[in-house]
Each structure stands twice: as C-alpha cells, then as structure tokens.
Design a protein around this ligand. Structure first.
Ligand code: CDT
Length: 311
C-alpha cells in the first residue's frame, strides 16, 4: 500500500528580540492553519522557533539567558499551538531552547520535539553538534555562543515510527555532518526533520561567505541521497537583530533532488506530498547497508583513528 506524508516546511522570517512568545505562537498558528488548508499531515517549524536566535548575542545573567528557554512543553505560552494542532488534526515539529532538571542539575539544550496530531509528544532530540564558541568575542559583528548557552545533547540520534513512516530529527549544524544522516539512516529514517539558523557570513572565514547557500544545499542533498531519506530543512531567514541569515527552506527527495524550496526571506510555507516508498531504490539497492556496507574493511575508524598518530 502506498505511503505518503504531506509535509509543510514552515520557514520563519526574523523574530525580533521584543516579540513575545504569544506574538510568535500567533505566527506559527497562522502557518499551521495554512498547512492544514493545504492538506499537510505534518508541519515542520525551525530551530529555536519561539524566539530570536539569542546565541547571536552575549549574556551573562542567568535569568536573562533562561528567559529564552522552555522548562516544559507544552507550557501556558505554547499550549495554544498544541491545542490548534489537535483541533486541526495535524502533527508538528518544533525547535526550542530546553531548560531541563536532570539528577537535580539544571541543564540547557538546543532541542526539538515531534508532536502527533493528538498533541502528544512522540519524541525529543537534543542537538549534538554545537557550533561556535564559549567566550564573548567583542570584535565580531555578532556572536555564535551556542557552546556557552547549551550542553551537547545526550539523547543520541533516534528515529520514531510515526505518520505511517520512520522519522528522525537533527538540528542545524548537525546537518553538515555525514554521521548524523548515517546514524539516522542506520536506524531506518525515511524522513529527517530539521531547523536551522544560519548566518550568511562567517566572521572568522569571510572567504566562505559566497558558499553559505551552496554548503547548506550540498549537505542536505548528500545526506538525503546517501541514506535514501526525505529531508525537510526549515530556515529562520532574513535579517534578525542585525544578523543576516540564509533562507532556502527546502524539501529534498531520497534521490537528492530538491522538490520544493522557499522563495522569500520571510514566513513562508512550502508543501510536498512525500512518497515514502521513493526511499526504496536507495535503501534496498544502492545503499542497502546490510548488503554493501563493509565497515569491517574500512580500516581504523572513529576512536581508533583518533588514537593512532598520522603516518
Ligand atoms: N545554529 C547553527 O547551528 N548554526 C550554524 C552556524 C555555523 S556557521 C558555518 C550552522 O551550521 O548553520
């Protein structure tokens, strides 16, 4: 029997620092309603979708930092989004800054959740590849302080049976790393959901600025093809608090082809009806891991490779 997920990738335009959670949730609900009207089973929101991307500026005060975090989901501010999902019968993916208490310790993660059309959380992911730095860099036009505000995620790369398929999540910088897709691929991912906040300039590597869009697409398309998976990649686009970010929200087929891409730098929904069986030529033939992948012949890898000095 054919298996389809109609997915909406809900790009966010800039979110001003002054916007409240209520303001942002109203924007997300508008996009969710549009997704429903266009036949979506699932709508995908971006990384840290509820606020400005605050790692772009330096803060020292814990109360100020934590004002950008959610200590539970849903909470009073986000409940209307969950309620709307149930009312419409649509699932969603939401990136958010998570404040957790684990073994009595306060911990901060850059996280995402996959929520079913019943409003229940199906799965959670905590970002593993945190870019940037810990210390303030006063000379830079903007900061990239994810390593200051977040810990490395401790939930691994996981997949869930949902929406009639097998879905996985990763977040922003994770998408540049082949390991991300490969682990999700090994866990059977047929669709990978992710959000990103990507500046269109890198203060320490200006020679790469012209390649920002290309490297985004290159990573997404290679990850999709080499693991035979749909990839739904959702940007926070445009100039936000002085930081210019790429757009390019896109839906990538398991062939590696881009089947839908955003045209603006604002709030914009793109939609595609994804046939999960289009994963089969790749998963069952070209990249049939059991049949063709030969890790035992690759030579020293991972920790082993790090322990061995170069020739
Ligand atoms: N949010 C996030 O992970 N951003 C990073 C910026 C790195 S600049 C090359 C990203 O990989 O897009």
């Amino acid at each position: 029997m054919a298996r389809f997920i109609t997915v909406g990738a809900a790009q966010s335009g800039p979110i001003a620092r002054s916007e409240t959670r209520g303001d942002v949730i109203a924007r997300l609900i508008d996009q969710m309603r549009e997704a429903h009207a266009r036949g979506c089973d699932l709508v995908v929101f971006t990384e840290c979708a509820l606020t400005s991307f605050f790692p772009h500026w330096f803060m020292e005060d814990d109360d100020e930092i934590e004002s950008y975090f959610e200590s539970e989901l849903p909470n009073p501010a986000t409940q209307p989004l969950f309620d709307e999902a149930v009312k419409l019968g649509i699932g969603f993916h939401l990136g958010f800054a998570e404040l957790a208490i684990e073994e009595g310790e306060k911990r901060r993660f850059n996280s995402s959740v996959l929520v079913g059309s019943d409003g229940q959380i199906i799965g959670k992911y905590r970002k593993i590849h945190l870019p940037g730095h810990v210390e303030h860099r006063p000379g830079d036009p903007f900061q990239n302080l994810e390593k200051r505000y977040f810990e490395v995620g401790n939930l691994g790369f996981r997949t869930w049976r949902a929406f009639g398929g097998v879905l996985g999540m990763c977040i922003c910088n994770d998408r540049r790393w082949p390991e991300t897709y490969r682990v999700l691929g090994l866990r059977g991912a047929e669709m990978i959901l992710l959000g990103y906040n990507t500046p269109d300039n890198i203060p320490e590597l200006p020679e790469l600025d012209r390649l920002c869009d290309f490297h985004n697409q290159l990573s997404l398309q290679a990850g999709a093809y080499q693991n035979g998976s749909w990839v739904v990649a959702v940007a926070k686009a445009g100039v936000e608090e002085g930081v210019s970010q790429i757009g390019g929200t896109s839906i990538i087929a398991p062939s590696g082809e881009v089947v839908a891409i955003a045209e603006t730098m604002g709030d914009e929904l793109i939609v595609h009806r994804c046939d999960l069986d289009l994963t089969k030529p790749y998963k069952e033939h070209i990249f049939n891991f059991a049949k063709h992948r030969r890790v035992e012949h690759y030579g020293p890898i991972a920790q082993q490779a790090e322990a061995i000095p170069p020739d």
